[in-house]
Each structure stands twice: as C-alpha cells, then as structure tokens.
Design a protein around this ligand. Sequence first.
Ligand SMILES: [Zn+2]
Length: 115
Amino acid sequence: MHEYSIVSSLVERVQREADAHPGAIVRRLHVRIGELAGVEIELLRTAFETFRAHTVCEGAELAIAAVPASWRCPRCDRAIPVGEILRCATCHRPARLAAGDDIILERIEMEVPDV
Ligand SMILES: [Zn+2]
C-alpha cells in the first residue's frame, strides 16, 4: 500500500534525526499532506499505528495538517482562487500548482534527556 511506503520513509528520516540525539524520545511528528498528494489521511494514520511498533516512533503521535491545493500564475504570480478556471485572467497563462501536491515532514518533537 502506498501509505505504508510513505510511513516507512518518514520513520527512516525520524530515525536518522533521533540518531543524532542519543537517548532522545520522539514525542510527535508534524506532517503536512497536500490535498493532491494522493494520500488517504485515515490510511496514513492506520499505517503509522501499525508500522511504528518497535521503531523510534513507537510512542510518537502523528499530527497531520492537510494542505489545500493552490495555484498561481507562472508569469505574474497571481494566486488563482480555488474553484476558478485554472488560467490567469491577466496573462492568460495556465496556472501552475503552487502547493498541495507534496508530503512534508515539518517538525519532529523530541525529548532529549538531561545529561
Ligand atoms: Zn498572470
């Protein structure tokens, strides 16, 4: 399943971060999911809950922010409102997708023990 491979690469990245901070406990992952990224958020949660066992993310919470798709004109950078024709009214250029098609691991909250 697509969502499992996403979770797998997320956990790998978190593992690398955690390796840099020995003894750190991962508390929460903040992930931004674009509306057009092709990810089912509920499936992603389920995949995370299954996959995190025995990983650095075992006790971590997954905080997901959904990012709506947005388009801009590639020439004048005007934002094209959602629901409008995807073409700039001024330049008549086809709009370019500016956000909403990717998956971003935005932040990892870790608890680092005092030494
Ligand atoms: Zn334009």
